[in-house]
Design a protein around this ligand. Sequence first.
Ligand code: ADP
Ligand code: MG
Length: 387
Amino acid sequence: MEIKTLTSELVKDKIVLVRTDLNVPLSDGKVAENTRIIESLPTLQFLIDNGAKQIHILTHLGRPKGKIVPELSAQFLIPELEKHLGQSIEFRPEYTASEAFIQLHENTRFRPEEKTNDPAFPAEIIEGIKPDIFVLDGFAVAHRPQASVIGFAGHIPCVAGKLVEKEIENLSPFLSKEKIEGLTVVVGGAKMETKVAVLEHFSEISDNIIVGGALSNTFLKAQGYDVGKSMCEDAEMETAKEVLEIAETNNTSFHNPVDVVCADDIDAPEAIAVPIEDVSGDMKILDIGPHAINSFEKIIDHSKVIIWNGPVGVFEKEPFSKGTESIARAIAKNKHAKTILGGGDTLGALKKFDISKDEFTHVSTGGGAMLEFLEGNELPGIEILKG
Ligand code: ADP
Ligand code: MG
């Protein structure tokens, strides 16, 4: 995929406007978790090292819904950003420029025009800052047709930042329509709706599809199993059958868990592992069982490329975390394979199990954006970087 990327010539002596994703969790006005700040450093450092005249940073933070919510002010990001960049940064409540070298502007989502993609908002920013070039570095917002993401296109040159470049480089190979030899795709999580297009795509080009989580309950039911009181989407039953057919037509092995961990409730102290045939009545499937773990580990061990999105159980609760932890460790352990993962809760699981991102080839910063990209959708934020 051809996109325009950062070069030294493009930024030297230029006023650079960067749309990052610094949407970190805050607690008491402090950054509680800094992954997204760390991920944005390579681009900012590149701009500093390559002689940008001025750097203006835009980000959203939380969900203020088009209103000023003082607790979600971008100014709370300044200390953490300054610490990691080793530069002083001026906070600008308005979208206007001062003399400072690096300026961070207020939360773009304080403005209702952000979500509605009202061209007046980017026009105001261009007027106030007079940028020479726009850098999109927030991959996690690239699927959103919002003012600060796509609104500068057609006015100033738009290029990908280092993070977006890295994401595209790692994810593009999977847009293939041809089979990718040794590819195993593990999909879990709660909602079919957000994953079904990805499942359809990979049912054509993978060797193995492994499903877990609430998602697999829908597939199990589609295959005629009783899933008791498990979370399950009856409305998606036909789609599940279609995915199974696509897999079969394309010689892709589709793996549902052969056994599962059940309880009557996610807070129940007692959980039991049973073969899938034994689920009935009030039972709720909350994790994959030991035999499933075993067989999934073997498939992962023998794979050459592995993509993982979505926990395979309610990993937040101890009795149901083993499946997700085992999958994460098995993927991390396979050092012969190219390993790619993404998803908000998938990354949350890594954190919980204290597994470093360095164990994998690529950990995507996009949850929804990664899924939409892998579906083959055109992401509005990426489209403006082409040609
Ligand atoms: P990601 O953010 O990584 O894409 P999702 O948001 O799709 O993942 O799904 C994560 C959620 O799915 C977690 O909160 C987890 O508790 C839930 N989940 C996983 N397995 C089950 C299950 N069997 N029943 C109910 N919820 C589940
Ligand atoms: Mg999620």
